[in-house]
Design a protein around this ligand. Structure first.
Ligand code: ATP
Length: 250
């Protein structure tokens, strides 16, 4: 079988904030329909990696390297152009419109498709409600009054309204109770069926590796390990540093 072109191929990507190099020559691939996770401790450079791929680094940051997306180098493209090609980032902060309803937040997620003249720009609303029945129940509720887990569901749901080809999730488990983390990861895993490729950044290594095809371990700005997620789950170094102390599977 012919190997398909990866959705994302990052090569030699480095990022500096002034004199500090936060990411050093990162090389990473996300294949079509894959879930790929990057795990690593606080400050390893995980958010920096996602922001650089998205073109969303703060002004103080500068990046170097190849970001090949759907066989085109997008490293010099502004964020809007990357978004319009189907890249989507759900940031750690979730950034919802607190006073607007759940449904209006979702509709806003399809804004670019509407602006591009797509008549069917709301076609993902029902699929999103099927994935997240809780959002459907609370469709009229203000986003600001949702629980942490529901807010995360809304952030992911809103991203899906844009029909992304590459969905990047920055620590979706952050601040959530284990049961909710389990639910969120179950849904992320189910997204595989929709064909979207997912790049997942996580400190919760166990939950991330359980649903991923491939994994990378980022430590102080460099990839220290990489491999099929199953192999990483059994790698003694990963077990000792990232999985060892947590006995309970989430
Ligand atoms: P966490 O899991 O805590 O979110 P992370 O792995 O996502 O951490 P980054 O937020 O990417 O790590 O940070 C990597 C390094 O870059 C850190 O040393 C951080 O202090 C530094 N850094 C991040 N953003 C900036 C910035 N805007 N200006 C200067 N340094 C920054």
């Amino acid at each position: 079988m012919q190997k398909s072109v990866p959705i994302l191929q990052v090569d030699g990507l480095s990022v500096r904030y002034g004199k500090v190099e936060a990411l050093h020559s990162a090389t990473l691939t996300v294949g079509a329909g894959q879930i790929v996770s990057v795990i690593g401790p606080n400050g390893a450079g995980k958010s920096t990696l996602l922001n650089a791929i998205m073109g969303a680094l703060p002004q103080t940051g500068s990046s170097n390297g190849v970001i090949r997306y759907l066989d085109e180098d997008v490293a010099a493209l502004p964020i809007e152009r990357r978004v319009s090609r189907g890249m989507c980032l759900v940031p750690e902060r979730r950034e919802l419109f607190a006073s607007m309803s759940v449904e209006d937040n979702l509709v806003l997620g399809a804004y670019r498709r509407k602006r591009a003249g797509e008549r069917s720009f709301l076609d993902q609303l029902e699929p999103v409600f099927r994935l997240f029945p809780r959002l459907k129940e609370r469709r009229r509720q203000a986003a600001g009054t949702l629980s942490g887990g529901e807010r995360q569901m809304l952030a992911v749901g809103r991203a899906l309204m844009a029909k992304p080809k590459l969905l990047m999730l920055d620590e979706p488990s952050l601040g959530l109770a284990p049961l909710i983390v389990k639910e969120i990861f179950h849904i992320v895993s189910a997204l595989r069926e929709t064909g979207v490729a997912i790049l997942l950044i996580e400190q919760n290594a166990r939950a991330a590796l359980q649903i991923s095809d491939f994994g990378y371990v980022l430590e102080t700005g460099e990839f220290a390990l990489k491999g099929p997620a199953q192999d990483l789950q059994h790698n003694p170094q990963v077990i000792e540093t990232y999985l060892g102390l947590v006995k309970k599977a989430v």
